[in-house]
Write a protein that binds this ligand. Structure first.
Ligand code: 3PY
Ligand code: MG
Length: 257
C-alpha cells in the first residue's frame, strides 16, 4: 500500500507540515500539494467544499507528493467511511468531547474485527493499491480535535484511546470555549495553559499532537513546543494576505533618485 507521508515523518521523529484547503477547489488542492507539505487537509467543516468537491480535491492531491487528509464536519460515521473510501489517508474530527467519542472515531475508520468500517474502498483502492484492505487500518491517521471545554477536561482520556493517533488542537474554538475569544495564536495565559496541557497529555500517552497555526513562523514555534503536526494556515488566508500586500505594493509610488 502506498505509504502515508505523515506516518513516515513521525517514524523519523519529525513533525509533519500540513497544507489546508478552505477554498473547495481541485486546482488549488493540486497546487498546495506541490508546495513542500507532507499532507494536505481538505476541510469539509468550515471550507466551501461539499462531498463531491472533496472527491475531486482528493484526486488532485493524488497527483502530488502530499498525502490526502479530510477534516469531516462532525463525528459522522457514514461520512467518515465515505471520505476514506474516496481516498483520504487521514481524518481529522472536530469537537471530540470524551473518550467514548474518540472510540467512535476509531471504530468508524477501522475494519472489523477491531472496528465497524464497512467494506467498499472504491477510490481508496486506486490510490492506496491492491493491498489496501490488508494495510488500511494501520496506514490511516486518526486525529481527534480538542477544542471544547469537555474535550479539554477529558483530554488525557481521549489521548489514551487505543487507535487514536493523536489530537489536533483548534485554538480558535478552544479560546471561545474558555471564554477568551478567538485567536489562531492565543496569548491569553489560560488558553496557553490549556494548549500546554494538550501537548503534555498527548506526549504522556505516547500520541501525536497537532495544531492549526496562522503562519509558518508560529508553526515552527509550535514544533519547538512539542507539536508534531502543524498547519501553517489555509490556502485562502494565505492568498488573501499575499493579495492585500501586493495590491498595496502596486499603489506605492516608484522611488526615484
Ligand atoms: C479552530 O481553531 O477552532 C480550528 O478548528 C482550526 O481549524
Ligand atoms: Mg474549530
Amino acid at each position: 500500500m502506498r505509504p502515508n507521508e505523515v506516518r513516515q515523518r513521525w517514524s523519523r521523529q519529525e513533525a509533519a507540515v500540513c497544507g489546508w484547503l478552505s477554498l473547495g477547489n481541485a486546482y488549488a488542492a493540486e497546487v498546495v500539494g506541490w508546495c513542500g507539505v507532507d499532507c494536505v487537509t481538505a476541510d469539509l467543516q468550515h471550507g466551501m467544499a461539499d462531498v463531491q468537491a472533496i472527491i475531486g480535491m482528493l484526486q488532485a492531491i493524488s497527483a502530488t507528493p502530499a498525502t490526502p487528509f479530510v477534516r469531516v464536519p462532525s463525528l459522522d460515521a457514514p461520512l467518515l467511511m465515505k471520505v476514506l473510501d474516496a481516498g483520504a489517508y487521514g481524518v481529522i474530527c472536530p469537537m471530540i468531547d470524551d473518550a467514548a467519542q474518540a472510540r467512535a472515531l476509531v471504530e468508524a475508520t477501522t475494519y472489523p474485527p477491531r472496528g465497524l468500517r464497512s467494506f467498499g474502498p472504491a477510490r481508496g483502492l486506486l490510490y492506496g493499491g491492491s493491498d489496501y484492505f490488508a494495510h488500511a487500518d494501520d496506514t490511516i491517521v486518526r486525529l481527534a480535535m480538542v477544542e471544547t471545554a469537555p474535550g479539554l477536561d477529558n483530554v488525557e482520556a481521549i489521548c489514551a484511546v487505543d487507535g487514536i493517533d493523536g489530537i489536533f488542537v483548534g485554538p480558535n474554538d478552544l479560546g471561545l470555549a474558555l471564554g477568551k475569544g478567538v485567536s489562531a495564536d492565543p496569548t491569553d495565559p489560560e488558553v496557553r495553559a490549556a494548549i500546554a496541557r494538550c501537548v503534555t497529555a498527548a506526549k504522556t500517552a505516547g500520541k501525536h499532537v497537532g495544531i492549526f497555526c496562522p503562519s509558518g513562523t508560529v508553526a515552527s514555534r509550535c514544533i519547538a513546543e512539542g507539536f508534531d503536526f502543524v498547519v501553517p494556515n489555509s490556502e485562502i488566508n494565505l492568498m488573501k494576505a499575499a493579495m492585500i500586500a501586493e495590491a498595496k505594493r502596486a499603489r506605492e509610488p516608484v522611488a526615484r533618485d
